[in-house]
Design a protein around this ligand. Structure first.
Ligand SMILES: CC(C)(COP(=O)(O)OP(=O)(O)OC[C@H]1O[C@@H](n2cnc3c(N)ncnc32)[C@H](O)[C@@H]1OP(=O)(O)O)[C@@H](O)C(=O)NCCC(=O)NCCS
Length: 246
C-alpha cells in the first residue's frame, strides 16, 4: 500500500501548445468541458495535465488505454474511477503547479498553493476557528501569510479527502499541531486521517490528507520527464504510458 504524489511545476506553455490536442484526446467529456470553461491558457494547461496524469497512471496500472479509463464524480464533485474503486486519487492545480495524489484503499485529498502568495491573515477570523486564528496571531508577522497558506491547504486537502469540498464550512473542524504532526479535530474528536505537507524548491506548498494512520509509504515524483518525452513525440501521436510512466 502506498501513496504516490506526482507534480509538474511550471509547465511550459509554448512547448505544450503543439501537444494540447493529443492530451485533450485522452480526456472524457466532463473533463473536456471543465477545460473548455477555463479562460486562462495556463489554467487550462494545468487542468489538462492533471486529468492526463490520472488517466495515464490508471492506464499504466490496469493496462487499459487512457482514453477508456472511466472517471465519474461524487455528488459534490470528487472524481473517482468507477471500475477501480480501491484506487483513489485527487488533483490540485494552481499557481504554476499541477499535483495528483493516488492512494490504494484510502480516500485521499490534495491541495496546492503558492507559498509566495501574499494573503491578508486578518481574513483568518472569517474562515478559521478561534484557536486557529489565535495560532496565526501568535506567529511572527513576517511568517503569518505563509502560515495562513499552510493551514489553508490542510483545510482544503481534508475537505477534498472527505469529498465535501467547500460545501462544508472551513471552521467546522480544527487543525492542531502536535509537535511535527498535524491533527484534525471535529466535534472535539481527532479524525482518522494523516496529513503530509511539504514545499517545493519553488515555494509551492503541497498538502496531502489520507484517511488512514500512519501515512502510507510515500513516493513523490516530479514528472518533468513526462513533458520532455512528449515534446519529442511526433504530433498527434499519443504515446503509450508504459514507455515513460514508471
Ligand atoms: C475542490 C474545491 C475545494 C476546489 O478547490 P480549489 O483549491 O479551488 O481547486 P484545486 O485545484 O485544489 O482542486 C480542483 C480539483 O478538485 C477536484 N474536486 C472537485 N470537487 C471535489 C470535491 N468535492 N472533493 C474532492 N475533490 C474535488 C476536481 O478534480 C478538481 O479538478 P478540476 O478543477 O480540473 O475539475 C471545491 O470543492 C470548491 O468548492 N471550489 C470552490 C472554489 C473556491 O472558492 N476556492 C477558494 C480557494 S482560495
Amino acid at each position: 500500500m502506498s501513496t504516490k504524489i506526482y507534480t509538474i511545476e511550471r509547465p511550459d506553455i509554448s512547448s505544450f501548445a503543439p501537444l494540447q490536442s493529443s492530451f485533450m484526446a485522452l480526456l472524457g467529456e466532463r473533463e473536456r468541458q471543465s477545460v473548455e470553461r477555463t479562460r486562462k491558457e495556463k489554467d487550462k494547461i494545468e487542468k489538462i495535465l492533471g486529468w492526463a496524469m490520472c488517466r495515464l497512471e490508471a492506464s499504466s496500472r490496469y493496462g487499459v488505454p487512457p482514453v477508456e479509463i472511466r472517471i465519474d464524480f461524487h455528488e459534490k464533485g470528487k472524481p473517482f474511477f468507477p471500475d477501480f474503486p480501491d484506487f483513489k486519487f485527487n488533483i490540485s492545480h494552481g499557481g504554476g503547479i499541477v499535483a495528483v495524489a493516488f492512494c490504494d484503499h484510502h480516500e485521499v485529498g490534495i491541495d496546492v498553493e503558492s507559498g509566495a502568495r501574499k494573503v491578508n491573515p486578518m481574513i483568518a477570523e472569517r474562515f478559521f476557528t478561534p484557536a486557529e486564528a489565535e495560532f496565526l496571531q501568535k506567529t511572527p508577522p513576517q511568517q503569518r501569510s505563509h502560515a495562513f497558506l499552510r493551514l489553508w491547504t490542510v483545510k482544503e486537502a481534508y475537505l477534498k479527502m472527505t469529498g465535501d469540498g467547500l460545501s462544508k464550512p472551513l471552521n467546522s473542524f480544527e487543525i492542531q499541531h502536535h509537535g511535527d504532526e498535524i491533527k484534525i479535530y471535529e466535534d472535539g474528536k481527532v479524525q482518522d486521517c494523516t496529513v503530509f505537507q511539504y514545499e517545493t524548491d519553488q515555494q509551492q506548498i503541497i498538502t496531502v490528507c489520507v484517511n488512514t494512520f500512519p501515512f502510507p509509504e510515500k513516493k513523490v515524483k516530479k514528472k518533468f520527464e513526462v513533458l520532455k518525452f512528449l515534446l519529442n513525440t511526433p504530433k498527434k501521436v499519443v504515446p503509450s504510458p508504459k514507455i515513460y510512466w514508471q
